[in-house]
Design a protein around this ligand. Structure first.
Ligand SMILES: *Cc1c(COP(=O)(O)O)cnc(C)c1O
Length: 479
């Protein structure tokens, strides 16, 4: 769906090699494509009287910027809830029931934890901090799964105190650590073994290997996963409830899940043969992809669920196993598209690229401290002018931040109106996952607020940090 360069009006504009083609026309340059933008995002038609600004869930971005400042994360509550509900519905199957765990590491706050609870999802946490956020928000601990590759004794004890529902164990040390802590607490902890199944999936490709060269999980090929099961079944304070694997992120098809389910079910069969124990659950992890760009077309939760169920049912039949409950752990696919980041333009610097091409470096008032994904993963994003509509010709642009790093890039290659000026507002789409959650205070920059919008009203989800918040940590300044 990416716009093609053949439009009559801008047909004379050429893109330099490697750049995306320019938009077909001014409408395409301002389009808010469904799936990339939250469901509540609208551009007013204006009738020639207004600047045709963008609103989200009925709140104009100019009003949001004026009230809460920029950069600002704007979270469309209805979008978040509808994605969560779609996952919940997709796994409500009478034949093969399933559970959905929202991966809190993508973005978690008390408000979001409550939405997750209300939509009937369970929750993944991977640190004591995420766990505390959830329990303080009143999230039922028995619906929480505790992940992570290096859970400390203190984190395990915190989780046991709150009655966390399950632990996804990642090493032999953790097995011993949890068993000892559960014994001290006089409880039996439900556990899954995180298995490295030899599948690595990213976007459109996956690689199936025999070996695993990464920090997560217990290796299937090396026999560590089976050894983990052997140790767990001998420990009276642990109860093995399932097997888990997580194969990657931003995945667009089910081929990787198919290999992973195949290998997990084969392991479940060996566990049954060796221990006379059939596991209750098969957790296939998260990683379902979203559309950052207009031409990306992720699978619907329902289609994905049907495919996963089909794979698990078929594999279990082959081994004569009862079909376990299926679990999935989407993070990005729920919160990613629900949020946008609104920035204010500060400077626009035209740079001559030679051969008649110009690039505008558009500096905004945030950057790698609120969105590290472009620098870290070469992530691509869609950006729009949202405070007005412009009929100016599009110019190849790069949206950059305000940090002291030339790699401080928010959107590497995009087309923006040639008349952008200081004070204009830009919005970057699909910044809900791993942006605010990975934000930093680099260059002593306070982190932005997250504001939820719904039916024309706003709710602060996370307040903006102030310079005083940062200075308060400096022991050389506090009396
Ligand atoms: C990161 C992670 C997820 C969520 O991944 P998304 O790409 O956000 O869906 C789920 N499960 C585990 C174990 C993870 O580490």
């Amino acid at each position: 769906m990416r716009a093609h360069p053949a439009g009559p009006r801008h047909g004379e504009i050429l893109a330099p090699a490697g750049a995306p083609p320019p938009p077909a026309d001014a409408e395409a340059l301002h389009a808010l494509t469904e799936g990339v933008w939250p469901i509540g995002a609208r551009r007013s038609d204006g009738g020639g009287l207004t600047p045709r600004s963008v609103s989200i869930a009925g709140v104009d971005v100019r009003d949001l910027a004026a009230e809460f400042g920029t950069p600002l994360f704007v979270l469309d509550e209805a979008d978040f809830r509808s994605r969560a509900a779609a996952f919940r519905a997709a796994y409500d199957d009478t034949q093969v029931p399933g559970d959905v765990f929202y991966a809190g590491k993508a973005f978690l706050s008390a408000t979001v934890a409550r939405w997750v609870e209300q939509e009937g999802l369970n929750l993944d946490v991977c640190t004591g901090g995420e766990l505390l956020t959830a329990v303080r928000a009143g999230f039922p601990a028995e619906r929480i799964a505790f992940h992570g590759n290096n859970k400390s004794v203190a984190e395990i004890e915190l989780a046991l105190r709150h009655g966390v529902g399950r632990y996804v164990l990642d090493s032999f040390e953790e097995i011993a650590r949890l068993a000892a802590a559960a014994e001290r607490a006089g409880v039996v902890a439900d556990v899954l073994v995180r298995v490295t199944v030899g599948v690595e999936a990213h976007t459109h490709e996956f690689i199936a290997t025999a070996h695993e060269d990464q920090k997560f999980g217990l290796s299937l090929a090396g026999g560590a996963a089976e050894e983990a099961v052997r140790r767990i079944v001998k420990l009276p304070s642990l109860r093995l409830v399932g097997l888990h694997s997580h194969i990657g992120s931003q995945i667009f098809d089910t081929a990787g899940f198919e290999v992973s389910a195949h290998r997990l079910v084969a392991l479940a069969a060996r566990v049954r043969d060796e221990h006379g124990l059939e596991v209750d659950e098969l957790d296939l992890g998260g990683g379902m992809g979203i559309a950052y760009l207009e031409d990306e077309d992720p699978m619907s939760p329902r289609d994905m669920a049907e495919l996963l169920r089909g794979i698990v049912v078929r594999e279990c039949a082959a081994y004569g196993l009862a079909v376990p409950r299926i679990a999935v752990e989407p993070g990005r696919a729920i919160v990613g598209p629900s949020m946008v980041t609104v920035y204010e333009v500060g400077t626009v610097k035209p740079v001559d690229l030679g051969s008649g091409h110009t690039r505008h470096y558009v500096s905004v008032d945030g950057g790698m401290s609120d969105n590290i994904r472009t620098a870290l993963y070469d992530a691509e994003y869609t950006v729009r002018l949202v405070s007005r509509f412009s009929a100016a010709d599009p110019v190849l642009s790069r949206v950059v931040g305000s940090h002291c790093e030339s790699g401080d890039i928010v959107v590497r290659d995009c087309w923006l109106p040639g008349d952008l000026a200081p004070g204009d507002l830009l919005a970057v789409a699909a910044t809900g996952a791993y942006c605010r959650a990975m934000s930093s205070n680099y260059n002593a920059v306070p982190r932005p607020a997250v504001v939820a919008v719904r039916d024309g009203s706003t709710q602060v989800v996370l307040r903006r940090e102030t310079p005083e918040d940062l200075l308060a940590l400096d022991a050389g300044l506090t009396p």
